[in-house]
Design a protein around this ligand. Sequence first.
Ligand code: WT7
Length: 670
Amino acid sequence: MSLHLEARVSDPTAGGLENLLSEDRRFPPSAEFAAQANASADLYSWANADRPAFWGEQARELLTWSTPFEQTLDWSDAPVARWFADGRLNAAYNAVDRHVEAGRGDKVALHFEGEGGDTRTLTYADLQREVSRAANALTSLGVTTGDRVAVYLPMIPEAVVTMLACARIGAPHSVVFGGFSAEALHSRILDAEAKLVVTADGGFRRGAASALKPAVDEALAKGAPSVEHVLVVKRTGQPVEWTEGRDVWWSDVVDTASDEHTPVDVEAEHPLFILYTSGTTGKPKGIFHTTGGYLAQAAYTHLNVFDLKAETDVYWCTADVGWITGHTYVVYGPLVNGATQVIYEGTPDTPHRGRWWEIVQKYGVTILYTAPTAIRTCMKWGEEIPAQFDLSSLRVLGSVGEPINPEAWMWYRRVVGGDRAPIVDTWWQTETGAIMISPLPGVTETKPGSAQVPLPGIAADVVDDEAHSVPDGSGGYLVLTEPWPAMLRGIWGDRQRYVDTYWSRFRGLYFAGDGAKKDEDGDIWLLGRVDDVMNVSGHRLSTTEIESALVSHPWVAEAAVVGAADETTGQAVVAFVILRGDSEAGDLPAQDVQTTLRNHVAKEIGPIAKPRQVLVVAELPKTRSGKIMRRLLRDVAENRQVGDATTLADSSVMDLIAQGLSTPAAASQD
Ligand code: WT7
């Protein structure tokens, strides 16, 4: 695969990063925190001595195996790893039943907070009954071990229950974020050949009921021969269209099913789930994870990175289960560790901007895991808002999804963490399955803005174009140099794409797609993607996918999309389009053209992909070989002086674009 170094980071190997990231603030762990911390510095030397053996110990210690494993890592089929391959276990048993069997059935597993203020509490015993009922219902709907189940639900307890019910019968789930469009849902259902779709009539968002079932109907109307049934949770009570014989209500089949069910024992390498993520091409990749290694690293990282004390902590990860963070740090990590956690359906500002802090106060949340974009949004709203709530219960703060700028880090520490709670900036990806690079609270002296060090058991490096490790103080590409238990086992149905995407850029090394730098202490700083992938509010979006969506509109002849720096969302989607000469769009006001095209992208992919701006231009800057120079467009989108344009086929193009954009109507947003 080719690297596009014109991306946000420009060329991370080019030097000159020294001034960009100089940070001399240091936050050593407090003596009190260190004294009680789960992690200790000797974990690093233990893991370095024998990495597979270290993970074997964790897997034995943290999970319950029905058949204990003898093998740790089998790398003979590299780059597809097999971990603990001769062992057998069940993920739902590990997440639920064993806690009940150990006498912790009355412990709260989930405090659910609906957006409208409705609440539900599920203990581990409740969860065992619910998951068993759902597993029986899935079986009665014809789902068996190995079948795929698509899940398109809001953040309600049924989402967690459905995922665990799938795991219980060994049916890999494929969760599709509720904010994705019918089109996106359709392609994911087709690719995974899902037998069942689990959805809801809708969810609550910003005070209103949003619909989900119509998107499922629309997706299935496009043709999806593998789907036999649609299981529908009633959440909002809004009317839904019904296809007799295909659609079934959750209340009819799950609530009435037996609450006893024996978990299906699977091999450690049995697929647990598929989760689609955007790549550099238009077609999302079905990243798939297996059971034993994934669960071991999920539990290990959740325990050590968040210093979880299962008996006393109240943990809250604000991610939706539609993303990998929700899989590993809402469902599997915390539940396998027997934690009590909060799940929240809605947005941070409904019905008021203090909602999150009100939830922290109400449940006495001790560990909070969220994204930099949320922190920056709260900064913008003002610190007097969190100041109205008692946040003194918080003792560990996590950040994930994108680089956290030092100012946001400092604000998070001071305003949310009372200058007391350690911050863990955790770098990982859908592909890595679990946290890879992060400080350990109580052990690491933290630095605002840096994810710092690979966890014990993880081997990462920063390399130059020739795959040589760069010296401290230099930049390059982030790679992972040794296999790890929660690593993806591939792209669903496409081994070659897996090899090409991750293992071909640097021989024998996993290429993460991120630029990075090692500072003078050897600590790692993540600098953003070096490929055509954008990071908007911590969500991955592909430039190519959005370009394809735009070009699918009859008005658009050509489109180029860039991620432009944005104060709140990290990056924002900015699209440049050339309209077809014969389209009616030419006669419409620029504003209407923009609105129509922005809405078109939202419809094709989902509201998260909606461009912040759509700029109509007469030409796009291209090299002589016809490749769009996104770097120059990014300069325009970020209001910068346009950089070196000497490789353009037609050097007057940038002037044309600049002239066209100086008319206010063309550059405005709706
Ligand atoms: C990409 C992965 C892992 C869950 C959320 C996103 C970026 C993630 C950090 C961080 C800097 C980060 C990277 C990565 N990223 N965490 N702490 N610091 N960048 O998962 O959608 O698979 O995206 O998110 O660019 O490659 P994802």
